[in-house]
Design a binder for this molecule. Structure first.
Ligand code: AMP
Ligand code: AMP
Length: 344
């Protein structure tokens, strides 16, 4: 943003993103809100993205990591980048922070999100339940999940039912940095929020549960038949399914989101966290939420709700995906001449 002169009309901006992850949802939403749309894609994906009439322009790159090479063009088109899961995965953390193109969101949040220790500190300060963590192997007194630091999508995690099993498995574990967390038995539930710094209002947009292989399929084989097979649970995400929450649990789900936002404004920067974010929870038999992670951007599970969810329908009475909600925020900011508050 830094001192850049901002045009005053919506027609002078384009909404842009990398062609992967939630690109279709983001650009469809942007078009529905009247924006020009732009997808950045490697040549092999062009035929696919060309089939969608709501994508106005496609910029081809050799690979996603070529992104910096096309920045001048993006800047000249007043493109506003909407970050999603592919950005940090393909461009890396530093490149994300150094991006000069207009960027929807607060980049300071990246420092907190990328660091598991800081993430945990943020949640605790927001009075959110987090699973216990064991610093030393001899302290383990419950089943645990061992999570490598940089892993994406649950890859390279392992489960150990006690201290002894942990001791065995850790010998062959290749990752250097990891956390040992109490394994919470319950239903994984991912809550998609949107916080508007313009209206100062938080919304629950939708909820999904991830489908992970093989942990979500182990129950298909009775335990007596599994005996001796040596099957280990793994947590690799392969898809998402929709879920509506017991209504009596919704007020607490909402309050957790609000506490996360309020705390971010104290500890991250005055702007804190805004736009779409997701807290990954597990709900136990006692109907207690445990938060295992926070994603500070649009998450892939929102793709189920391209036409909106039961919750966004109640809030908007029209199809409102998270992608479209982002575009609507940008539209409002242009109208109120407050773009500087939502772009980095
Ligand atoms: P891709 O969609 O392949 O560009 O993935 C970009 C990043 O998002 C990777 O780190 C993936 O692990 C992650 N990702 C993609 N789809 C999902 C999903 N359905 N749930 C959770 N993470 C995902
Ligand atoms: P994460 O990388 O933290 O999003 O975790 C990926 C998946 O691992 C989650 O969707 C859960 O299925 C599982 N998981 C992570 N942490 C825990 C935990 N403390 N207890 C039980 N399952 C967990």
């Amino acid at each position: 943003m830094k001192g850049r002169k901002m045009p005053k009309r919506k027609a002078q901006y384009a909404i842009a993103t990398l062609a992967s992850h939630t690109c279709l949802q983001i650009l469809k939403g942007a078009k529905d809100e009247g924006f020009k749309t732009l997808a950045i894609t490697p040549a092999k994906s062009v035929p696919f993205y060309k089939t969608f009439p709501f994508i106005d322009e496609i910029i081809t790159v050799d690979s996603y990591t070529d992104f910096p090479r096309i920045e001048e063009q993006l800047i000249s088109e007043n493109a506003i980048i909407i970050p999603h899961g592919s950005f940090v995965a393909y461009l890396g953390f530093e490149e994300n922070k150094n991006m000069k193109t207009l960027y929807f969101g607060n980049k300071d949040v990246l420092d907190w999100e990328a660091d598991r220790k800081r993430q945990r500190q943020w949640m605790i300060q927001a009075n959110i339940n987090v699973p216990r963590q064991f610093e030393k192997a001899q302290d383990i007194d419950a089943p645990v999940i061992v999570k490598s630091y940089g892993a994406a999508g649950g890859k390279n995690y392992f489960f150990a039912k006690n201290k002894e099993e942990f001791g065995q498995r850790i010998k062959t574990f290749k990752e250097k940095e990891y956390v040992i967390q109490e394994y919470i038995i319950g239903v994984p539930l991912f809550i998609h929020y949107f916080y508007s710094p313009l209206t100062e209002k938080l919304e629950i947009m939708s909820i999904d549960r991830r489908y992970e292989t093989n942990v979500d399929s182990l129950g298909r084989i009775p335990s007596q038949n599994q005996e001796g097979l040596g099957i280990e649970p793994s947590f690799v995400v392969v898809g998402n399914s929709p879920l509506v929450l017991r209504e009596s649990l919704l007020p607490e789900a909402y309050s957790m989101g609000q506490r996360v936002v309020d705390t971010s404004q104290k500890i991250i920067s005055p702007k804190g966290l805004f736009g779409p974010f997701c807290i990954e929870t597990i709900i136990t038999h006692a109907q207690e939420f445990f938060v295992v992670e926070i994603s500070c951007r649009i998450v892939a599970g929102t793709n189920i709700f391209m036409e909106g969810s039961p919750y966004s329908q109640l809030l908007y009475n029209e199809p409102m995906s998270t992608g479209r909600r982002i575009a609507r925020e940008i539209k409002l900011a242009i109208k109120q001449e407050r773009l500087g508050e939502i772009l980095d």
